[in-house]
Design a protein around this ligand. Sequence first.
Ligand code: B12
Length: 471
Amino acid sequence: MKILLINPFGSNWIEGRRDDTETAVRLAPMGILFVASYLMKKGFDVDIYNCRGKADRGTSDLINKVISLKPDIVGFTSTTSSFPGAYHLATEIRKALPDVKIVFGGVHISALREKILEKFPLIDFLVTGEGEIAMTELAGGKDPRMIQGVLSRDAHGIQSCGFRTELCELDDLPFPAYSKLEGFPKYFEPPLFNYPRAPSASIISSRGCPYQCSYCDRSVFRKSFRYNSAEYLYEHMALLKKDFKVRHIFFYDDLFTFNRKRVEDFCGLLRKKPLHMTFNCAVRVGHADDALLQTLKAAGGWMVSIGMESGDQGLLERHKSNVTLNEIRDTVRRIKKNGMRVKGLFMMGLPGETEQTIKGTSDFIEELRLDDMNMTKFTPFPGAPSYKTINEEGTFDERWELMNCMNFVFVPKGIESKEKMEKLHRQAIKRFYTGKNWMSKFWPLMFKCPDSTFRLIKNLPTFLRIRDQFE
Ligand code: B12
């Protein structure tokens, strides 16, 4: 049984502009790497094709690869914005190999479930929620109607036996199948100046989130919070160091510090048996006291990000559980005091946003004197709570290929037009990156992050083009 897993190219573009995100950020597709390693452990022959990867030469290259590999199953991962492109590829693959089974998994599939099978006839199976066990059972020939999480069709229509309740023991999972990913780790590059040394890699060490923010799509892992042990985490980092010479880690967990004991044990291991690696992680306000921050720093913590979303207290109360502006201020101050860089993650255009609240957020960003920030464009994903009532809150243009947080597909009632939103967004970004705070931090960073500086120089025309978008 041969299985080919595909990471589609997606659409990480701003409508009407050239897609330069390839140069700005390229990260490994962790979901299919996890599924691949589990399948391999169970004896299946697995390959990965990364449309955002080093070897990609476009659709015809993929089709040639499919024809030469002749897989029995082709599996696509998909977010909302990458789904249309993935389905297009599936159509081409089906023409080339009419008997191949086509499986889709990932967040967009987990959110829309039956609706996807109803509208997209070429797809044979959906794997919703956690994919490792379900996909292995499917590939192993178990009746799809009996596999939790799988949706299929038969003569009576769409069949599903519900959500998965039998979940993976995270410490039993083999490490992601990095060796199947062409160009790993050097080809994968995170945002500039977000890492002191290259190469870097990302790790996800937990699944699920007990909080419920209005904009967050938790369709895959849902509410229950599970995590890898400190020992597993240490071994994972050690493997990346030993086999791939990775020097910096991005922990992409939403709640990295949620379980304090785990973080203390993990940092303790890093101090006892140093790997000489650095790492970034995200903390949630309320889960980052001084002692914990000191522990992170001592173990190699370099930058900490916080999902701040807005500088308006009213909007926070409406959209994000248990976070106040004062707590954000306090956490930022303490991260800096403990010697780590701090990055703020914001979102513009939430329901209820007005020009006033946008101005407030921009002022808040200035006040915090952050070391970096990111401001995405709010996007109502089908799996997020805000989606249900979004049409009452403003105008929503639900074109999936544009739903990549780089386009305003939703204009809240309080703002006159999409063009106005774009203008306010550009202004906020420009204000930060041309302000005194960033300028004073930028020059020292050129020396602190030599790999980023080199990358910036090497790709200067592209980065200048990206900068010009904010003019
Ligand atoms: C790291 C990350 C990124 C990284 C890397 C993405 C990548 N290629 O892996 C970067 C920064 C590049 C990124 C970019 C974006 N991201 Co992102 N990202 C994440 C994050 C934090 C972790 C992803 C991850 O590794 N999860 C861990 C793995 C194990 O889970 P998983 O991917 O869901 O895979 C499991 C199952 O879904 C299933 N599965 C998945 N694929 C398949 C395929 C098959 C065949 C099968 C059988 C099973 C299966 O099995 C896997 C193992 O159990 C998630 C939030 C989250 N906690 O998951 C958001 C998340 C996926 N991202 C999101 C968004 C919005 C984006 C962007 C659009 C935003 C932006 N402009 O930056 C882009 C678009 C990327 C794209 N091309 O599609 C949303 C997606 C919402 C949606 N409905 O589309 C999420 C869910 C955040 C959120 N809660 O809203 N992202």
